[in-house]
Design a protein around this ligand. Sequence first.
Ligand code: GKR
Ligand code: MG
Length: 433
Amino acid sequence: WEPPVTRDLTISEVRLTPILVADPPLLNTQGVHQPYTPRLIVEIVTADGVTGLGETYGDTGYLDLARSLAARLPGRSVTDVNGMFAIDLPVDESQVAGAVDAGGLRGVQSAGKLRLSVLSAFEVACLDAQGRAFGLPVHALLGGKVRDAVEYSAYLFYKWARHPAGVPAEPDRWGAALDPAGIVAQARELRRRHGFGSFKLKGGVFPPGEEVAAVRALAEAFPGHPLRLDPNGAWSVATSLKVAEELGDVLEYLEDPTLGTPAMAEVSAATRVPLATNMCVTTFGEIAEAFTKDAVQIVLSDHHYWGGLRNTRHLAAICAAFGVGVSMHSNTHLGISLAAMTHVASTVPDLHHACDSHYPWQSEDVLTERLTFTGGSVTVSDAPGLGVELDRDELARLHRRWADDDGSLRDRDDAAAMRAAEPGWRTPVMPRW
Ligand code: GKR
Ligand code: MG
């Protein structure tokens, strides 16, 4: 018998690196993506020199809170994740206001959700560090994978060919997609590059009839493939029901057709099209009302604001108990988050819908090697930790971009980006249609 190798898992240092990442002019109901979007890269270093990686939103409110949390961690262990979640981390209202992004596309913002969105990156970094120290993949730390690959859907966006004139941006190789033919061409290209077998269209951009026509065109181009439409709550109950009626034969589900649990429940009661959400069920506290009213049939987790990978599994267990489906949606993210999503998704038994990912839209990443989709899926890594490595030169370059910014891009603001093209643009009052 030989004694096991003991490691010192005490946190010696936490590094926070805010970055700005290139983003194409993708349209949503609030406006358009800015040419660069903020993300925060978290590194947790142990006394033994093992470094764990995490990623979350980089907007100022998140960054401020991450700084307070980082200061409290040295001396604690990377295995004490529950203890980290119990740290008293006061959030003030100005931080909450600073963290509201894109008019609430991540649901209602609150101090609790802001706190969890920050903690999630630290949880992922702790799990990555543990995995590297023990030689185990993150999925093993979560109880083990039940599948070897996680399926993602193509995330289709209406988009302009370029950011508005005069706005500095990286070159865009995708071209415009502003009508059914453009959306089908985009879907074909995403399928050609990554093999996706299901398609989600971000709606709420054009009058519903035009978006119905785009989904019909997708159904014709890809017969039998699962299709979803997500207007981020831009429609009234009546409009939602009309769209459900018109697309009922081709939709896998409608995602957040209307805003708020009571309105979603009204739609749900009057259609057989399943409803999914990443807007009305975004915290544990919102589950009871939504499930008892049968407002949604599928909850789309986002490990960032649900508070990490363990909470995502907790959510999946609650959904399973209520016969509600679970899957994942995404916000603009890089490879650390895609790896984290893939690890946790690989451990959830009842994952019956492909997750979605913005990753194909991100031309930049902070990894030495990008993650790839094969046949629309990401292979679950069995390497220690998340199985990804940081490219320090790229991290430094994207951080310099953040440091050089005058502050206008450090908080995502899709409405402000839209005003560069349409000076009178205001965040629309919902429902828009
Ligand atoms: O990136 O424009 C976008 C999306 O609208 C994103 O912000 C949403 O949070 O993709 C998300 C969704 O599924 O609602
Ligand atoms: Mg959504």
